[in-house]
Design a protein around this ligand. Structure first.
Ligand code: ATP
Ligand code: MG
Length: 437
């Protein structure tokens, strides 16, 4: 892609409510455009990043045997009346009527809908366990939408639902998802900490929020630094190993202020290991047993032919929130550096261009063609402006690698730079090798 042709409407005057770095940066680099409070259009640059995040989430869900499907955004109120949540959900739910006067709603989440899908088709324990998921827009009429894409009214979420015959089985599904989440966030270059969360009337210990560290986060967190030392690679994808993994993680103290008790913290965590900071919730997993299956009559025949309510859990990831959260975690000293796996482009070529010298641009175009041939997603900055402005601009756009075509270019050797590091002079062959590793 040529930068001059890319639709990146830069916003210079930031609105007053853009208080945090990610919100400012996403507006400045034309990733999003607000449509109304808490509702955004995703422009090409932002959309590209979100799609990469979505794809990683998808791959890691598929890897644990979860199956992708797609449920609608608009739901009927009937199923919500069955579960008892139609009233309970309150004003966060956007309620609408169709032309026949039927009560509909824009789904804030999908427990009811998936239970309805499941109960009409699955009758026997032989079809269990199952994990189904979709990645779909949600609407919650948040009282105070803020922080750009972090707390929106309309947002993109992956939500998965597990179905098991027993609590024992459900725990195994939960562990798989726990593992999948850790891997998902790691692939995005994030250190996510699973934190024990409220389980409400269900009780038990099967509710975790996945939180990444960021000063601008809404959750206050208290944790033992040792949580970062656990090596995920030592666990195998078998039930016993996954159970051990969850135990290893949950042994280490890590809670949000909802669950924080000073005394407990001081008792469990050595002074030098105590971490009190803020974080952003990027995912939440929750086992709620028969909370929905029971009132909605989602029954399964067990081995003895006895009917029992299916045991369910739900597992969310804030896909659109992650775009902002990753910026919060990676933006430093006015430089944004995307993790390679989700960067909008793999590399940017920056030729030094002036009115009477098009030679660098021609060289850059040659490199561009070669990289495209090699399947490298490359941006060519063909805009006619001075190099110092170009550097400033790319510090914000955050593509992790740059090829600079200018005075240091000799023959087939070019200046290659990783953001935040020193540049080196390399042959195109070596550059390609580095980009592909
Ligand atoms: P929060 O406490 O932040 O309101 P929640 O408990 O309501 O989150 P869930 O219902 O568990 O969130 O949704 C799953 C994920 O969806 C969250 O972990 C978060 O990443 C994302 N999410 C929730 N609400 C929003 C929102 N208003 N805007 C963007 N992402 C959201
Ligand atoms: Mg909420």
């Amino acid at each position: 892609m040529y930068l001059s042709k890319l639709f990146i409407p830069i916003t210079k005057d930031l609105p007053a409510e853009a208080k945090i770095k990610s919100h400012q940066l996403m507006l400045r680099t034309g990733m999003i455009k607000q449509s109304s409070a808490g509702i955004y259009s995703w422009l090409p640059l932002g959309f590209k990043v979100m799609k990469k995040i979505e794809q990683i989430v998808r791959e890691e869900q598929n890897a644990i045997g979860a199956q992708e499907m797609l449920m609608p955004t608009i739901q009927s109120s009937e199923i919500w009346k069955e579960s008892g949540r139609y009233e309970d959900y309150g004003e966060e739910m956007l309620r609408i009527k169709d032309r026949q006067g039927r009560e509909m709603l824009y789904g804030p989440t999908n427990e009811e809908l998936i239970t309805d899908v499941f109960r009409s088709s699955v009758k026997s324990y032989k079809s269990l366990p199952q994990i189904l998921y979709h990645i779909q827009w949600k609407f919650r009429d948040e009282i105070r939408p803020r922080f750009g894409v972090m707390r929106c009214k309309e947002f993109f979420m992956k939500d998965a639902y597990s179905f098991d015959l027993s609590d024992e089985g459900a725990k195994k599904s939960y562990n798989k998802m726990f593992y999948s989440y850790l891997k998902t966030f790691r692939r995005m270059g994030l250190k996510a900490i699973p934190m024990a969360a409220e389980t409400g009337p269900i009780g038990g210990d099967l509710s975790h929020e996945f939180i990444i560290l960021a000063e601008t986060g809404e959750s206050k967190i208290y944790a033992d630094k040792d949580i970062f030392k656990i090596d995920l690679n030592k666990y195998k994808f078998i039930d016993s190993s996954l159970q051990k993994m969850r135990e290893d993680f949950t042994k280490i103290y890590a809670v949000t202020d909802e669950k924080y008790k000073e005394e407990e913290f001081n008792k469990n965590v050595k002074k030098e290991n105590q971490m009190i900071t803020k974080g952003i919730e990027v995912g939440h997993i929750f086992y709620f047993s028969d909370k929905y299956s029971k009132p909605m009559n989602c029954l399964i025949d067990d081995k003895d032919g006895k009917k029992t309510s299916v045991k369910m859990g739900s597992y969310g990831i804030g896909v659109s929130r992650l775009v902002g959260a990753i910026i919060e975690a990676n933006y430093n000293n006015n430089v944004m550096k995307w993790p390679k796996t989700i960067s909008p482009f793999d590399v940017v070529i920056m030729p030094s261009i002036s009115k009477n010298n098009k030679e660098n641009l021609e060289k850059a175009e040659k490199i561009y063609k070669e990289l495209i041939k090699q399947n490298i997603d490359v941006l060519l900055d063909d805009v006619d402006e001075n190099m110092s402005n170009k550097f400033k601009k790319h510090d914000l756009i955050g593509i992790p690698y740059q090829i600079i075509v200018g005075s240091k270019t000799v023959g087939d050797n070019f200046e290659f730079k990783e953001l935040n590091s020193k540049s080196e002079i390399l042959s195109l062959k070596k550059i390609i090798k580095k980009l592909k590793n």
